[in-house]
Design a protein around this ligand. Structure first.
Ligand code: OGA
Ligand code: MN
Length: 208
């Protein structure tokens, strides 16, 4: 592992231990982000992606009022090299936090995500009542030259205040899925990311 990755993973572990979250800039370099943006999935955008749902909720209107993003799950066996490079770093992250925070995280699941302009995700927790296997939420943003006035902040709710994080390309946000309430504010342009969860079970055992 190169030393800059170790430095970043140290920041992740320290942030999680001290505050329950960490924000790491340049987790992916712009050279690593670029080929991900060039993938057909992101280029074709909403043609290939599916509307994201909330748990088993069937009511489309309620769903729409809560979240407006479109997703495509990553199939690791078929993922192109640009995504594999990210997944390799995610594996390093799992080993690192397991060793340093004495956790027993086992696996992860990741989807590509597009929030069309104007869409949002209301305040929520990432752990569902019937599924507490999501331990860490990990989001990597892919938006080059994102400006504050374009919105799309990830709003993290802390006990006394909230923190707004711009979805800037290469930035990684990692937080405890069971503890941190958060929301995605509407943006004036499409907002792209890789969104994932680190699990305390093997991904293939899920959805059985
Ligand atoms: C989610 C989520 C935050 C973001 O997908 O559950 O909260 O900044 N995403 O995209
Ligand atoms: Mn969330």
């Amino acid at each position: 592992m190169n030393s800059t990755l170790i430095d970043k993973l140290n920041l992740v572990a320290d942030g999680l231990a001290e505050h329950g979250f960490a924000i790491i800039d340049d987790f992916l370099s712009s050279q690593e982000v670029q080929p991900i943006l060039e993938l057909d999935e992101f280029k074709n955008g909403l043609l290939q992606f599916k509307k994201a749902g909330i748990g088993k909720l069937q009511d489309k209107q309620i769903n729409e009022a809560i979240r407006g993003d479109y997703i495509q799950w990553v199939d690791r066996a078929l993922a192109p090299p640009s995504i594999q490079a990210y997944l390799a770093k995610q594996n390093e992250l799992i080993s690192f936090v397991n060793q340093n925070l004495f956790l027993s995280l086992k696996d992860y699941e990741v989807h590509m995500t597009i929030y069309p302009a104007g869409s949002y995700y209301k305040r929520h927790l990432d752990q569902f009542k019937k599924d507490d296997h999501r331990k860490l939420s990990v989001i990597c943003y892919l938006n080059e030259n994102w400006k504050e006035e374009e919105g799309g902040q990830l709003r993290i709710y802390l006990p006394e205040k909230h923190l707004d994080v711009l979805p800037a390309a290469g930035r990684l946000v990692c937080f405890r899925s069971d503890q941190l309430e958060h929301e995605v504010l509407a943006a004036t342009r499409p907002r792209l990311s890789l969104t994932g969860w680190i699990l305390d079970q093997y991904a293939e055992l899920r959805h059985l």
